[in-house]
Write a protein that binds this ligand. Structure first.
Ligand SMILES: [Zn+2]
Ligand SMILES: [Zn+2]
Length: 443
């Protein structure tokens, strides 16, 4: 038997030997961006790589997810290494799909590459045979909560219940055989950081809002119409009027967009649609603002005599990383990039469905630098693939070794010490508690 350090050295060498190929996975996916639940090409590409490695896999999970597994020499716990398949939609991004506007403006292409890199490193080095348990390589769909109307349709058709990939996979039981999970997200460096440790992030609910007025000739008979766009704008103003009451510690974020503003410039808009998130640091904050935002949105309808239909869809839970896994990851990250380049975690006001997993099992969601620009914007680009792909692949593969070596003693200890806050059923009940569809009209 090798020591952990010997295995880690072999795994890192194996990743370095295939560095060009691993980075090539990322750049291939960068050139073929697809938004959530539509990741057909990306899903096929991942399956091809799993086949090339001889890893058994299941596909079509939550529409496009792919799950492969590599067994250790003896039975034991299973550790998932996750990569997200989906892109954002950012028209004008230099790597945007010209037809759909889809673009990897959140770096998820790097996650798939690092996940495949972990698999290659553990396999090529022969380390896998010396470990206990199983590594699950899980390419998951739809982390970005976008195209809400499209996903609402999938939901109405019964194709999904939850509109985020991991939540839906939990519902389907695809995480039932997994004991702990990790993934690394790309980020833009501050100071000299190369890896940032897991922190916390906001939870959220998603809203689809439809203002319904009455159409009329906008020039000839506007008095016969009810202007749904005016209702929507007043609803937005009412939401803005709430902002002064947000408490700083709740890190509330409400950021609506209008997705349909009218049909013809010569007609009074009768159907105006918006999407928004309501985010907060705690579930209590999310619940509180979820209701207050609805109240503000109703005010717009009330003012002009329109109706408003608000569909609230469960979003993501706040992220709560596992401290013991984070400690193991920190040591390994430090050995890859040097301790002074590893920065502590912080609270981020975005959201991730790793938050959901983190309430079901020990999980970590650290960050690897290498990006420049601004996340979700047209200038978000990966400048350094060693930082964005190879380093986190090594740090995660080494973390797998610490968890699953020596009869998986590390993983067993993490599991024993973890406070499991939610069972799957309790999670589903909590999530379903957010779902509602309400229509408001005066009188
Ligand atoms: Zn994102
Ligand atoms: Zn992301």
């Amino acid at each position: 038997m090798s020591t952990n350090d010997e295995m880690k050295a072999r795994v890192c060498e194996a990743i370095d030997r295939r560095a060009e190929e691993i980075v090539g996975f990322a750049t291939h996916i960068l050139g073929n961006p697809e938004p959530g639940f539509r990741e057909q090409k990306t899903s096929r590409f991942v399956r091809e790589q799993f086949d090339a490695m001889g890893l058994p896999h299941k596909d079509g999970l939550a529409l496009t997810g792919v799950k492969a597994w590599a067994d250790g020499g003896t039975p034991g716990p299973s550790v998932a290494v996750i990569g997200e398949l989906d892109s954002m939609i950012v028209a004008g991004h230099p790597h945007a799909d010209p037809e759909t506007g889809a673009a990897h403006a959140c770096g998820h292409h790097c996650q798939i590459a690092m996940m495949l890199g972990v698999a290659m490193g553990l396999r090529d080095s022969g380390a896998m045979a010396e470990l206990a348990g199983r590594v699950v390589l899980f390419a998951v769909p739809a982390e970005e909560l976008i195209e809400v109307e499209y996903r609402k349709e999938l939901r109405d058709q019964g194709q999904v219940e939850f509109i985020g990939g991991k939540s839906e996979l939990v519902r389907l039981g695809e995480f039932d055989d997994i004991d702990m999970a990790m993934m690394t997200h790309t980020a833009v460096a501050e100071n000299s950081s190369k890896i940032r440790l897991p922190g916390t992030s906001n939870g959220l609910v998603v809203k689809h809002i439809q203002y319904l007025g009455r159409g009329a000739h906008a020039g000839g008979a506007p008095h016969k119409g009810i202007n749904a766009l005016n209702a929507a704008m007043l609803g937005l103003q009412a939401v803005h009027a709430l902002r002064e009451t947000f408490r700083a510690e709740d890190t509330v974020r409400v950021h609506p967009i209008i997705t349909h503003g009218g049909d013809a410039v010569s007609a009074v808009p009768a159907d105006v649609r918006m999407e928004t998130f309501v985010r907060g640091r705690t579930l209590e904050a999310v619940k509180q603002w979820d209701r207050k935002v609805d109240r503000a949105l109703r005010a717009g309808a009330m003012a002009v005599g329109a109706r408003v239909r608000i569909t609230t869809i469960p979003g993501y839970l706040p992220l709560a990383n596992n401290g013991d896994m984070a400690t193991i990851f920190r040591h390994n990250a430090a050995s890859v990039v040097g301790g002074r380049h590893v920065k502590p975690g912080e609270h981020l006001t975005g959201s991730t469905d790793m938050g959901d997993l983190s309430h079901l099992m020990p999980a970590i969601h650290p960050y690897a630098m290498g990006a420049t620009g601004t996340g979700h914007a047209a200038d978000y680009l990966i400048e350094d693939y060693t930082l964005a792909v190879l380093n986190p692949a090594k740090a995660m593969a080494m973390t797998v070794i610490d968890l699953l070596a020596n009869g998986a003693a590390g993983a067993k200890e993490v599991k024993a010490k973890a406070k499991r806050s939610l069972t799957r059923n309790a999670y589903l009940k909590l999530m379903r508690g957010f779902a509602r569809e309400e229509e408001w009209a005066e009188g």
